[in-house]
Design a protein around this ligand. Structure first.
Ligand code: ADP
Ligand code: MG
Length: 704
């Protein structure tokens, strides 16, 4: 007993960031467990559980002046309390204060409650005023009995918090009040932002900000608070963004302290590939290859993100990096998020690299049995110099001989965790592979610097010459016949077209069936055309056969599902119809449309929609009509869906902020970046506790 007491005594002397919520009154193991669902484990976590809105209980409002919709505190005396039986048993309490009367209505009540609400009782109630049958009403108000009418009301606005099952508003409010009281009494919550920084940014201290946000004074600017734009909130947001930024910077520092192979070579292989290609690199491609080279020639591992629009030629840039690794005597791996994209890379890399005498291995989730064990053996022995695959590259039994470079395509579908897990694979003989990440979801530079603070960013900001912007129109599918006529005309003029049937309820099967039905319908309507069909349920060889025929212009119209979103490259195809375009997101539409406009002929895209367009769908389709630029499109996408959805980090819980909102708080990002550098340089001892405060003990940073 005694030792337990001293233990809890000593916990209470810890700064608030080290005190578990269980030090608070009313928090036993059960409540603690429920609070965990709200990510509240330490006392300080309660401070960052911010109000959704506020209620004004600072004034008692005369009943005579009430209007429906007001949220108010009123006081009065019970004139009459009766239980009536209508559709359900109801307790009706009439209360008045000399200026008017109001009815309190309760559908659920105990005998004790009924006794409390007796005639003559003095009450203070809080609730929303509603119109009633004979007079205004409060339904299930919060109430308490009072001794007299002159008791003081709340000194500040009342916060309303987000709750979870089993943790009620009042419980949470009481717990937060206990925590705030500790803070007000002067218990320490360390301030990790140095004074000069706070002064320069004109932000309040942490304690000031917390107290203000939870207990704003009566005259606080509510609109600003509800929008999250008050300096007190910005102060907390800033600290949270800073903590995330710092955690990524630490990850980066950590990674860069590892030794990496220096990839130097005479670049014979590169020259051979470049002379075999039918095109010259663009200036942007050359610049990015140069940026990569500087990284991989160094002794620290490269961590570079290449952003480039659809069709900007990222694959060949990756191939050049891979050739450097191979010529320097190392293996390289390239990983894609889907089977189809990986297959496309396999085709490209086999065609480019095998003539140079480089063995390319393939690993996907579908590789099984002998095929798989042979691939593993070739990889393990170092015979396979280049490995192309999907997530299957992550599996524990995949051991490289000496992986020097890892390329990840379409980064937005991989999380930070996965990136690090994969790099671990390369740690053999103490070497960390260089890492190149390619994404076709380009995001604005400030956002990229923040979200990818662990990476350097290169941008391929130029398309290969000869591309013409795709003219895009948005049409209701009531005009489908006109569109079919247009396809017929284009094809009889020697052009080729895609007809894309979009995903129905995420089902590959249904989508394939829709494509089959459309293909037979087109065959009926357009008997003069050669029509092909490709969808995800077909065998790989079958798909390849159809695609090859389309490429060879033996097919005029290719009816397809969204499987052609990536990789497909047929320059003579200059017309694309996308059915039910309203179902697709912006980046998917942009990827799909990127299949046309690859040749010099004027290309067009028809976005057919079904029924009446909703607001968001309309906005998306208008963006597609207005722009061909992936950066512009992704900016709109970010606005419409938010970064978590666009970057796929929401599902993984990464980059999920407690209070910051990347879009709303974007303006802070450049300052966050500067502050992050300053802290790392001048206050390194503040960095870890700050990260821990916001990301917890088990943060990504902690795991590396
Ligand atoms: P993405 O960046 O979308 O992955 P790809 O790497 O698939 O683009 O390239 C799209 C097409 O452009 C491919 O057919 C590729 O061979 C071609 N390409 C790449 N670079 C150039 C270039 N510099 N000039 C002409 N065509 C190029
Ligand atoms: Mg690509």
């Amino acid at each position: 007993m005694k030792s337990r007491q001293t233990k809890s005594q000593s916990i209470k002397q810890q700064p608030l960031e080290r005190q578990p919520v269980t030090v608070l009154k009313g928090v036993g193991p059960k409540v603690a467990e429920r609070l965990e669902r709200l990510a509240i484990e330490q006392v300080q976590d309660l401070f960052f559980h911010l109000p959704l809105r506020y209620e004004d209980r600072t004034r008692v409002v005369p009943i005579g002046s009430l209007r429906p919709g007001m949220q108010v505190v009123i006081e009065g005396e019970v004139d009459l309390a009766e239980v009536v039986f209508r559709r359900r048993r109801t307790l009706l309490v009439r209360m008045s204060d000399g200026t008017g009367a109001i009815t309190l209505r309760f559908f659920h009540f105990s005998a004790a409650q009924k006794a409390q609400l007796e005639r003559g009782a003095l009450l203070r109630c809080f609730g929303e005023v509603r119109p009633g049958a004979s007079r205004l009403e409060l339904i299930h108000p919060e109430y308490s009995r009072i001794d007299s009418f002159d008791a003081a009301t709340d000194a500040h606005l009342t916060a309303v918090y987000p709750v979870t099952e089993g943790v009620h508003q009042l419980t949470l409010r009481k717990l937060i009040a206990q925590a705030l009281d500790k803070l007000e009494r002067g218990e320490a919550l360390r301030e990790w932002l140095p004074d000069p920084l706070l002064e320069q940014l004109q932000l309040p201290t942490l304690a000031e900000a917390i107290l203000y946000v939870h207990r704003p004074p009566e005259e606080a600017p509510l609109d600003q608070l509800v929008d999250g734009e008050h300096p007190s909130q910005q102060r907390l947001v800033f600290e949270e963004l800073l903590a995330h930024h710092l955690s990524l910077r630490k990850l980066r520092e950590e990674a860069q302290r590892q030794p990496a192979p220096t990839l130097q070579a005479a670049d014979q292989l590169r020259r051979k590939l470049l002379t075999s290609l039918p095109f010259e690199l663009t200036a942007a491609q050359r610049r990015v290859v140069g940026e990569i080279d500087r990284d991989i020639e160094a002794e620290a591992p490269m961590l570079r993100l290449v952003q480039g629009d659809v069709g900007s030629g990222k694959t060949v840039v990756a191939a050049l990096a891979i050739l450097r690794a191979v010529e320097a005597g190392f293996q390289a791996a390239i990983m894609a998020p889907t089977e189809l994209l990986a297959e496309q890379h396999l085709q490209n890399f086999s065609a480019w690299l095998e003539p140079l005498g480089i063995e390319v291995a393939w690993l996907s989730g579908r590789s099984k049995g002998r095929v798989r064990s042979e691939a593993l053996a070739r990889i393990g022995a170092g015979h396979a110099r280049v490995v192309v695959g999907t997530h299957a590259l992550f599996q524990d039994d995949v051991l490289f001989d000496h992986l020097g470079l890892l390329v990840i395509d379409e980064q937005h579908r991989f999380g930070v965790h996965q990136r690090f897990a994969l790099r671990e694979k390369g740690i053999k003989a103490g070497r960390h592979p260089h890492q190149l990440i390619m994404t076709a979801t380009p995001i604005p530079r400030t956002l990229a610097m923040s979200l990818y603070a662990d990476l350097d960013v290169s941008i391929i900001d130029e398309l290969p010459p000869g591309r013409t912007p795709v003219k895009t129109v948005v049409l209701s599918d009531t005009r489908r016949d006109e569109v079919v006529a247009r396809v017929s005309e284009a094809c009889s003029n020697g052009r080729q077209a895609y007809w894309v049937c979009t995903l129905i309820e995420e089902s590959e099967l249904l989508e394939a069936q829709a494509a089959e039905a459309t293909a037979s319908e087109m065959a009926e309507m357009l008997p003069g055309l050669r029509i092909g069909l490709v969808h995800g349920r077909m065998k790989s060889v079958e798909k390849e056969r159809v695609m090859a025929a389309f490429k060879a212009a033996e097919i005029d119209l290719l009816v397809a599902t969204t499987v052609i979103e990536v990789g497909v490259d047929v320059p003579n195809a200059s017309l694309m119809i996308i059915e039910n375009a309203e179902r697709l997101g912006l980046s998917q539409l942009h990827q799909l449309r990127g299949r046309v406009g690859r040749g010099s002929a004027e290309s067009s895209c028809v976005l057919l929609y079904h029924g009446t367009l909703g607001q968001t769908a309309k906005r998306r389709l208008m963006v597609m009509r207005e722009s061909n630029d992936g950066f512009v499109i992704s900016r709109h996408d970010l606005e419409i869906r938010g970064p978590g959805e666009v970057l796929g980090t929401r599902q993984t819980g990464e980059m999920s902020f407690r209070i910051a909102d990347l879009m709303r708080d974007q303006v802070l990002l450049p300052e966050v970046e500067r502050a992050s550098m300053a802290l790392l340089a001048d206050y390194p001892e503040h960095v870890t506790p700050l990260i821990r405060r916001w990301l917890g003990e088990g943060s990504r940073y902690g795991e590396v």
